[in-house]
Structures are given as structure tokens and as C-alpha cells.
Design a protein around this ligand. Structure first.
Ligand code: NAI
Length: 317
């Protein structure tokens, strides 16, 4: 039996931890020695109402297991207050699990501006606000683990979820950049796309599937990504019912017209090659745009140039 992976001395913030996945993540981290800030504003699944009961109940559950936890009832939109709760009670932050979320599913035709903005505010801006408030603390200590929660809807699209899909894929974009910025500071940022039975899914999934999709089957991945022994950063993982897989980008070899300008007809004639995945590659990181710039003169500073990470960190921009 391998050594138990523990979080003694670590402080974890789990947002939306009053129910479903967040509760399960908080219980697992708390049962393994982490001091946990159990954040939840205790509202309904569509963003209505609020109550302190959800977070308080999970704090009591963690304490009953012999763990340490404190409740925070703010919205993730007030991320600085959630981080302040960690500082006031535990003096630091090591781990941020951005999990809080709601749904406003409706076809794009019928989607109101409010439906769009609420979802972007809670999922994308909320994860930004919590992570951004924690970032200087993690950076100063040279250690951190951040998990974003995306969704299959964000990765692949889904009917009635244009707002949610946009916010969820936005989280992947944020994680990609934070993984690059955090690399030399010991801050690892990964993203999970879970499937689990919860109040968000119980109305759309049949009961037998809900039973097989326990939130508890997602939390080991979250705990591993938050552990000091896990060295991966910038990953996207699909997880549920015991299944774990990593996702990456795939790009065709493409068609590069080196004699420029080129015509629409020339492009149309090579269209099959643009879409031909037989010799695909898997671009990652800022160097992923290299093939586009290949053979192109390096643009001057201040132009459309990608920032060199090491130079940027050295200059402390
Ligand atoms: P859930 O509804 O059981 O739990 C979400 C929790 O977030 C609730 O306790 C809620 O009160 C809290 N919350 C909502 N807005 C908040 C805010 N502004 N500030 C603080 N807390 C807030 O949902 P579930 O299924 O556990 O979802 C957790 C995360 O996983 C969400 O981000 C969701 O989008 C994502 N997800 C879930 C999937 C699933 O199959 N259950 C699939 C893909 C993604």
C-alpha cells in the first residue's frame, strides 16, 4: 500500500463547497489534514437566494471527521473576502479549488443579457476574483495549487448552454495563461471537466446514472492535482465514475503559403490539406504559434509579438 497523500499544514479554499462536488472535495482535503475554507453562498441552482446553512453543514462534517474548517458565505464575486477568511483564520492559502457554479440554461434565441452576464460573472469572473486575490500570497510563498472547473459543455458545446459554455471555456484560457505565469513560482494550475450526480444534473440524468456518478469519484483527481507531489500544470482532465483522461489540442500540419499574397482560389484548392489531420501535431504553450511565424520576419517590440515568459518574469511586468 502506497503512502497516504496528506495535506497537513496546507490551507485550501474550496468554492461552492456546500453541495455536490465542492462538498466532496472539501471533505476529502479536510480528512487528509488540510485546513479548509468552505465557501458557499447557499443559493439555488439558478443563482437565486442565499443561506449560510450549506457551508456551515460541511464545516460541521469536516470537524466531525477530526479536521479543521471554517465557513465563508460570500459570493465568489467577492473573492477577496473569501481569501481574507483564509488569512484571518489560518494565516495563508496554498490551494484554491474554483468550483462554485450555477446554471441558466436556455436556447440562444431566448437567452437574455441577464442570463449571459450572470453565468459569466459567477463562473469566469468569480474564479478570476478568488484566484486573483490568492495569487500574490501564492507567488510570495513560491507554492500554490489552483484547480478550475470547466465542463464538457465548454469543451464541446451543448444546446441551451451558450452562456455556460463560453464561461467554462474561458476558464481553460485563464488556466493556460496562469500555468505559464505560475511556472517559475511553484504555482500549478489545472482544469477538470467533471461529470457527477448533483442538483445541477439530477433533473437531466436518469437515477441509475446519478448513482454511478458520485461526486466522491471526482475528488481524488482534485486532491491529486492539489498535492505537492503532483508536478503537472496546464492540464485539462475529464473525470467521472472512475474515468480519468487528459485532453490536449490537436492541429493539422496545415498549408503555409510562403509566396504572399495568395488568392482565395489558391486557398480553396488547398482546403483539404488545411483540414487533414493525418500528420497532426499537439501544440501547447506560447511556442504553439511558431509554425505561423515560421519564415516570417520577427515583428519588432511593441508589435504583435508573444511575450517571452522568462523575460517577462525577470522584468516583473
Ligand atoms: P451544485 O449545485 O451541487 O453545487 C454548486 C455549489 O456552488 C452550490 O452549493 C451553490 O450554492 C454554490 N454557489 C453557486 N453560486 C455561488 C457563488 N456565487 N458563490 C459561492 N458559491 C456559489 O453543483 P455541482 O454539480 O456540484 O457543480 C460544481 C461545479 O462543477 C460547477 O462549477 C459546475 O458548473 C461544474 N460541473 C458540474 C458537472 C456535473 O456533472 N455535476 C458537469 C460539469 C461541470
Amino acid at each position: 500500500m502506497s503512502e497516504e497523500l496528506r495535506f497537513d499544514g496546507r490551507v485550501a479554499i474550496v468554492t461552492g463547497a456546500g453541495n455536490g462536488l465542492g462538498r466532496s472535495h472539501a471533505l476529502l482535503l479536510g480528512s487528509r489534514g488540510a485546513k479548509v475554507v468552505v465557501n458557499d453562498l447557499g443559493g439555488g441552482m439558478h443563482g437565486d437566494g442565499r443561506s449560510s446553512a450549506a457551508a456551515d453543514k460541511v464545516v460541521a462534517e469536516i470537524r466531525a471527521l477530526g479536521g479543521e474548517a471554517v465557513a465563508n458565505h460570500d459570493s465568489v464575486e467577492d473573492g477577496d473576502r473569501i481569501v481574507q477568511t483564509a488569512m484571518d483564520h489560518f494565516g495563508t492559502v496554498d490551494i484554491v479549488v474554483n468550483n462554485a457554479g450555477i446554471l441558466r440554461d436556455v436556447s440562444f434565441q431566448k437567452m437574455s443579457v441577464q442570463d449571459w452576464e450572470l453565468i459569466v460573472r459567477i463562473h469566469l469572473n468569480g474564479s478570476f476574483r478568488v484566484s486573483h486575490a490568492a495569487w500574490p500570497i501564492l507567488r510570495d510563498k513560491g507554492y500554490g495549487r489552483i484547480v478550475m472547473t470547466t465542463s464538457a459543455a465548454g469543451l464541446y458545446g451543448n444546446f441551451g448552454q451558450a452562456n455556460y459554455s463560453a464561461a467554462k471555456l474561458g476558464l481553460v484560457g485563464m488556466a493556460n495563461s496562469l500555468a505559464i505565469e505560475g511556472r517559475s513560482k511553484g504555482i500549478h494550475v489545472n482544469t477538470i471537466a467533471p461529470i457527477a450526480g448533483s442538483r445541477l444534473t439530477e433533473t437531466i440524468l436518469p437515477p441509475e446514472l446519478i448513482a454511478a456518478l458520485k461526486p466522491e469519484y471526482v475528488s481524488p483527481l482534485v486532491a491529486w492535482l492539489c498535492h505537492e507531489r503532483c508536478k503537472d500544470s496546464g492540464g485539462i482532465y475529464e473525470v467521472g465514475a472512475g474515468y480519468h483522461a487528459r485532453l490536449r489540442w490537436e492541429r493539422t500540419r496545415g498549408q503555409h503559403f510562403r509566396a504572399r499574397p495568395f488568392s482565395v482560389e489558391e486557398l480553396a484548392a488547398k482546403w483539404d490539406k488545411v483540414g487533414d489531420f493525418t500528420q497532426a501535431e499537439h501544440p501547447a504553450g506560447a511556442s504553439a504559434i511558431a509554425p505561423i511565424l515560421e519564415g516570417v520576419q520577427k515583428p519588432s517590440r511593441g508589435g504583435n509579438e508573444f511575450i517571452d515568459v522568462d523575460e517577462a518574469l525577470a522584468a516583473d511586468i
